[in-house]
Design a protein around this ligand. Structure first.
Ligand SMILES: CC/C=C\C/C=C/C(=O)SCCNC(=O)CCNC(=O)[C@H](O)C(C)(C)COP(=O)(O)OP(=O)(O)OC[C@H]1O[C@@H](n2cnc3c(N)ncnc32)[C@H](O)[C@@H]1OP(=O)(O)O
Length: 735
């Protein structure tokens, strides 16, 4: 047989023995090429249809990649590319000649929707597929919500569309999403299949003509599924609208379902959440390209290989870090101070690893951790002589950390990197006790360290670009999002968290209850409010830090006012709770009460209510009703205000860094794009006005005083977030 042409956008048609219509290569980062790809697909199909010598069609991608879908940046431009894809998918499906998709690399979003129009799908064994639109605040809007349930049934389609997860070729085969998985050349296999299909009926392969497979209990299934989808979504609109589109497929004919899909797609497109989620997608990729004020970046530094690592301290953080390293296939030595601590730590690590191994097995992967070459436990520092990198994860105490770093500096080989998992302490001070401050860096993990994606990477005054590059590479290998930031108390995350939590506590002094404050912030979209979070983390952690800072405890100067420190407002409420042994979940009591010590279900505690009332009486504070708006503004705007100071000081190189930290480490709702993106949507003049108002009411709270950088940006006319940093050093004659 000799038919066809190879039709690729921007290429001359080449004579080939078979037909291929080549679609978008990966990297659909521009708007226009995507429109060109759509046009090329349409032209190719029409030409194939009109050419009697063409008997079948194969659709594939270029360079071994089917398609990553539409250019996400295009969705926020007025010329919304991708919108014309649905009719093209229909055109493919209507073809009288068999059309076979050859899926190599990835087929995502619009790319996978193209394959759903094809009559047959063949995938390479290493291909990955998915409809990730939900993760960027959209739904598969090229008829994918109507075709996929018809192909693989409602439960599987619901799972794939509402989570946006990528699936492997073998899972796709099991689900019936693809007809065949091959290890050889996929395009050749597709052409062979296309040849075999010539002349065969295609009606039963046109998904739009098929009914959605019935379930015995469809209504009950959908009711239950909606509850689950909403719970997972936590205020994000896209999963629920994806659900509605699929539900429409179960209730309406194909054409009506497509109309519903289009209607829901347009709601999402203009919702604001899609814009925030797409910003978050690019922000995560932007922080990967780190730079420092001195100009260091990937361009100037190469990461060093980490063949063996060590973790010191097997408390909660150390256990999670060891687990992450083992999962990343980096041989690791876990060190504790004595055998008793080591054995407790070892048991806990093994339990975590067993659970992780089980989860991985479900996805067809294995985790090898019972091999001493992979994981070794020790109490003797001497075993650290040959490691390439050490992560210290001991108690948050400067003297202890310095003692350990001094020892590490003497024992570890000269080229080894020394990392500290401090959440706030000065990296330079820790580095000062070593003979290699250029190889000392902060690696701030978030609890549970084997689950949370964020890794705050803190460079000190002497940290070398190679050390930063190595820590960033380590983050990548551990499948974490590394964010490079400068050294200051609390770095980015905890420094911004401090005024947020402080306001939450001040609100309790003035009349709110912990559950009121938590509710407002959870309704905003935080996974967990500040008081539930404090109970989870343990109130004693902050108490210890305040004692170290001389803010409370025995070192506090006699006669210090209960509610003032250094002339500013201070709330002793958390200290008072700790003095009563209320450390949170671990003691069964904190800002809430729990069923038992270690319990997880927070219940409002009448004891706390009367304690707060007595406290207000003692300090002659008039209890007042505080509305949701004030709770939200005081907590969020002080956090954002601190963010502007952080940017002005050069601690982070852009607002994206702060947003990525908050989304991945602090449960900030991703569909609100991070605190600085949220600020840009509220409008900087509004934030400034509110901060000015609250600052006038509370002149003894410096965190409410608007940041000079915020004021400058407002004076400069409230520029878009992308331009903020360019105003940092510009003169403003309005200030
Ligand atoms: C009515 C209209 C209906 C339908 C139209 C169709 C809609 C869609 O298709 S929506 C888009 C669906 N696709 C996605 O969401 C895919 C998103 N991309 C990814 O998941 C990943 O990037 C990847 C799996 C494709 C590749 O991962 P990886 O190899 O780790 O590379 P990076 O993520 O770092 O990406 C490299 C580079 O490419 C840019 N990029 C990737 N995908 C897109 C995209 N869809 N649009 C625009 N740009 C994309 C990414 O930002 C990186 O760019 P830089 O190097 O400049 O940072």
């Amino acid at each position: 047989m000799s038919w066809g042409r190879h039709i690729a956008p921007g290429q001359d048609n080449r004579k080939l023995p078979e037909v291929q219509v080549v679609i978008s290569p990966l990297h659909p980062t521009r708007n226009s090429p995507c429109l060109a790809v759509l046009q090329a697909l349409e032209d190719g199909l029409k030409r194939a249809d009109a050419d009697p010598s063409v008997k079948a069609v194969t659709i594939c991608g270029e360079n071994g990649k089917f398609s990553a879908g539409a250019d996400i940046r295009g969705f926020s431009s007025p010329n919304k590319q991708g919108l014309g894809l649905g009719p093209i998918v229909s055109l493919i499906e209507r073809s009288e000649k068999p059309v076979v998709a050859a899926i190599e690399g990835i087929a995502l979003g619009g790319g996978l929707e193209v394959t759903l129009g094809c009559h047959y799908r063949i995938a390479h064994v290493q291909a990955r597929m998915g409809l990730p639109e939900v993760t960027i605040g959209l739904l598969p809007g090229a008829e994918g919500t109507q075709r996929l349930p018809r192909l693989i049934g409602v439960p599987a389609a619901l799972d794939i569309i509402t989570t946006g997860r990528h699936i492997s070729a073998s899972e796709a085969l099991k689900l019936g999403l693809v007809d065949e998985v091959v290890e050889e050349n996929t395009v050749e296999a597709a052409i062979r299949l296309a040849n075999r299909l010539i002349g065969q009926p295609l009606g039963h392969r046109r998904l739009s003509l098929k009914p959605v497979p019935k379930l015995p209990n469809m209504e009950a299934f959908l009711t239950e599924a909606l509850v689950k989808v909403k719970k997972r979504a936590q205020g994000c609109l896209a999963p629920e609208l994806c659900f509605q589109a699929i539900k429409a497929a179960t209730e309406q004919p194909f054409a009506d379902g497509v109309r519903k899909e289009r209607e829901l797609f347009n709601i999402l497109l203009t919702s604001g959440q899609a814009k925030a989620l797409q910003y978050a997608f690019f922000a995560e990729r932007a922080v990967e390209k780190w730079t420092t004020p001195s100009g260091a970046s990937w361009k100037t530094a190469s990461p060093q290989p980490i063949r063996k690592a060590a973790v010191i301290g097997l408390g909660t953080m150390g256990r999670g870090i060891v687990t992450s390293l083992v999962k990343a296939k980096i041989p690791v030595v876990a060190l504790e101070q004595d055998l008793e601590y080591l054995n407790t730590g070892r048991k806990a690590v093994m339990l975590l690893l067993e659970r992780e191994a089980m989860k991985m097995e479900q996805g067809g992967q294995t985790l090898d951790f019972n091999n001493p070459a992979r994981l070794q436990f020790a109490v003797d520092f001497d075993v650290l002589r040959d490691v390439d990198l050490v992560i210290e994860a001991v108690f948050e105490n400067m003297a202890l950390k310095k003692e350990i770093f001094n020892k590490l500096s003497r024992i570890c080989k000269p080229e080894a990197f020394l990392c500290t998992n401090t959440s706030a302490l000065n990296i330079d001070e820790i580095a000062s006790v070593t003979s290699r401050p250029q190889q000392v860096i902060g690696t701030h993990f978030f609890s549970p360290a084997h689950v949370m994606r964020l890794l705050e990477i803190i460079y000190g005054r002497h940290t070398s670009p190679t050390t930063i590059a190595t820590a960033m590479q380590l983050a990548k290998v551990m499948k974490k999002v590394g964010v490079v930031v400068g050294n200051c108390f609390g770095f980015v995350g905890n420094r911004m968290m401090f005024p947020y939590v402080q306001q939450a506590v001040f609100l309790l002094e003035e009349g709110s209850r912990p559950e009121d404050v938590d509710q407002v912030l959870e309704d905003f979209g935080f996974k967990i409010g500040p008081f539930r979070m404090s109970d989870l983390a343990g109130l004693d952690v902050g108490w210890r830090s305040r004692k170290d800072q001389g803010l409370t405890g025995p070192t506090l100067a006699p006669g210090t006012s209960a509610r003032q420190r250094h002339g500013y407002r201070y709330s002793p409420l958390p200290d008072l709770l700790c003095e009563k042994g209320r450390f949170g979940q671990k003691t069964g009591k904190g800002w809430y009460q729990y069923e038992k010590a270690g319990g997880r279900t927070a219940k409002p505690d009448p004891w706390i209510h009367s304690f707060l009332s007595e406290y207000r009486d003692t300090h002659q504070i008039k209890t007042r009703f505080i509305d949701q708006e004030e709770i939200l503004e005081r907590c969020l705007f002080t956090l954002i205000n601190e963010g502007f100071d952080i940017l002005a000081e050069g601690i982070a190189s852009g607002p994206e860094h702060l947003d990525v930290v908050y989304i991945n480490g602090y449960g900030w709702p991703k569909h609100r794009g991070g605190p600085m993106f949220y600020a840009s949507t509220v409008g900087l003049p509004n934030i400034l006005a509110k901060l000015q108002k609250y600052s006038e009411i509370h002149p003894d709270v410096p965190q409410l005083r608007p940041s000079a950088f915020l004021k400058k940006l407002v004076a400069m006319g409230n520029p878009p977030l992308n331009d903020w940093m360019s105003y940092l050093h510009r003169q403003s004659n309005k200030l």
